[in-house]
Design a protein around this ligand. Structure first.
Ligand SMILES: Nc1ncnc2c1ncn2[C@@H]1O[C@H](COP(=O)(O)OP(=O)(O)OP(=O)(O)O)[C@@H](O)[C@H]1O
Ligand SMILES: [Mg+2]
Length: 463
């Protein structure tokens, strides 16, 4: 069954069940109320008639006992007086043919009951007559009006329920139609996207606002997917290109060396060149692996002293700094963050290496920790040319390099992408700010500070 059909069927079913339930409750309470009224009238009449106590009458010449019908209330159609043995003593004229047997109507006094007599549905009551003779008066009245009203009400209610269910079914059918109108469109777009067409869009303009919003959300999702796929394709293309360059150099050097017999120095030169390319290849592969690992892996957090991180980064960049006469300064006091010490060191090392590379000869590279409202900020600043505002976001893209960096082939352009991934994996971030107007670049890393008392690695090894 279609979704539309199911929706209409379920809605009508619910409407039918609730309307039938509530109508039955109304019907029951109405008929019970009507019956109560009848019972009250019947009982009152029985009491009054019993008090009069003089029903048995022998009309002269009739030879039959009879009740003076005229004395009975109009509601009372049938009456019989029984003696204590259940023998009928007198009755209304309409019972001359036959009177109900006492055992059929034996009931507690003042407890109205139903019975069928001569194909007529009656409501009856028994009341004791005053006096020593322990006679009983049986009064009954047809339920015709009551039953007729109940039947009529039931019929009207059934018609109302059927009409309401029909209206509900029609409304549900229309509503489901309106809701599912765009389903085919969405399904077609989903199939197109699954088949690789990331330009497909739903573009619901009119109709139901929820549906339009769903359409917009799906379109937005496809757009993001398209950007993601494009970024990944660009990444793969860039990575392949970067990997190919050193391999090409290596192959070139080695084939050149083997083309003919050469002097030992020529071989050495070729091997040195090939080795440099192999190192570059290895560092590129390590960076790519690091980028993949940091993006996907979980790590155990531990307290990390930032001064130790800065020291480690300075030690591995010492040679480069000395070569250009760049001074390395750290002011981290005893700031402690939560994280992975190796990854944090890699992050700071990438920033320090960049800072040294872009520093003028004799410049200063400074690593500084500052408390912030949401943790700790680690600032890495230099006195180089700084980063132009228009590329402040782009420099974090994998393989993005300044034209000068591209020209001297000094790096692959993965350092900042790795650094930002590490910062984000630590629940923080990395960005470049305007250095407070000062000359040079300033990179800011936000990190979560560690709140527990901490013993530094150096102190631990001393102990
Ligand atoms: N301190 C800085 N001052 C000015 N520009 C910078 C600085 N740090 C990075 N950049 C710019 O950002 C680009 C990307 O830096 P990133 O560290 O990602 O790559 P890289 O240093 O060129 O290569 P890799 O780090 O992979 O060896 C650099 O090419 C440079 O243009
Ligand atoms: Mg770098």
């Amino acid at each position: 069954m279609s979704l539309r059909g199911r929706f209409a069927a379920v809605s009508s079913g619910i409407a039918f069940a609730t309307l039938t339930g509530s109508s039955s409750a109304v019907w029951l309470s109405y008929t019970a109320g009507q019956q109560r009224h009848l019972d009250t009238a019947l009982l009152r009449q029985a009491e009054e008639d019993a008090l009069r106590g003089a029903y048995v009458d022998d009309p002269p010449g009739s030879g039959r006992p009879s009740l003076r019908h005229a004395e009975l209330d109009s509601a009372t159609t049938y009456a019989v007086v029984y003696d204590k043995n259940g023998q009928a003593l007198g009755w209304t004229p309409n019972l001359h043919a036959a009177q109900p047997r006492w055992d059929l109507i034996r009931h507690g006094a003042a407890l109205p009951f139903d019975l069928w007599w001569n194909n007529e549905h009656l409501r009856a009551v028994v009341a004791p007559l005053p006096g020593e003779r322990r006679q009983l008066l049986w009064l009954a009245t047809p339920r015709t009006d009551l039953d007729g009203d109940a039947r009529d009400l039931a019929r009207r209610m059934a018609l109302a329920v059927l009409a309401a269910v029909a209206v509900t079914a029609a409304a549900a059918w229309r509503l489901a139609g309106a809701l599912t109108r765009n389903h085919d469109r969405i399904a077609a777009v989903a199939r197109a996207v699954a088949a690789g067409d990331l330009t497909a869009r739903i573009r619901i303009i009119s109709g139901d606002p929820e549906m339009a919003r769903l359409g917009r959300d799906i379109d937005e999702m496809i757009s993001r997917l398209a950007v993601l796929v494009e970024t990944q394709q660009r990444f793969i293309a860039n990575a392949s290109h970067e990997l190919r360059s050193p391999v090409t150099t290596m192959l070139g050097e080695l084939s050149f060396a083997l083309r003919r017999e050469r002097e030992a120095t020529a071989y050495r030169e070729s091997i040195t060149e090939a080795l440099a390319s192999a190192r570059r290849l290895r560092s590129l592969i390590e960076d790519l692996l690091a980028l993949a690992r940091i993006g996907s892996a979980d790590f155990e957090s531990e307290p990390v002293l930032l001064s130790e991180v800065a020291q480690g980064a300075f030690e591995s960049s010492q040679t480069a700094a000395e070569a250009t006469g760049v001074a390395l300064q750290a002011a981290c006091d005893d700031a402690i963050v939560e994280g992975h010490p190796g990854d944090l060191q890699r992050l700071v090392r990438n920033l320090v290496e960049n800072a040294i590379r872009h520093s003028p000869r004799g410049g200063v590279v400074r690593v500084e920790a500052q408390p912030s409202t949401d943790g700790i900020r680690l600032l890495v600043s230099d006195e180089g040319p700084g980063v132009a505002p228009e590329v402040r976001e782009r420099i974090f893209e994998p393989f993005f390099r300044s034209p000068s960096a591209r020209a001297d082939a000094s790096g692959a352009g993965l350092g900042l992408a790795i650094a930002r991934s590490i910062a984000r994996a630590h629940g923080g971030d990395l960005w470049v700010d305007d250095a407070g107007g000062a000359r040079g670049a300033r990179f800011v890393v936000s990190l979560r500070s560690y709140s527990q008392p901490f013993e530094s690695a150096a102190a631990r090894s001393d102990a």
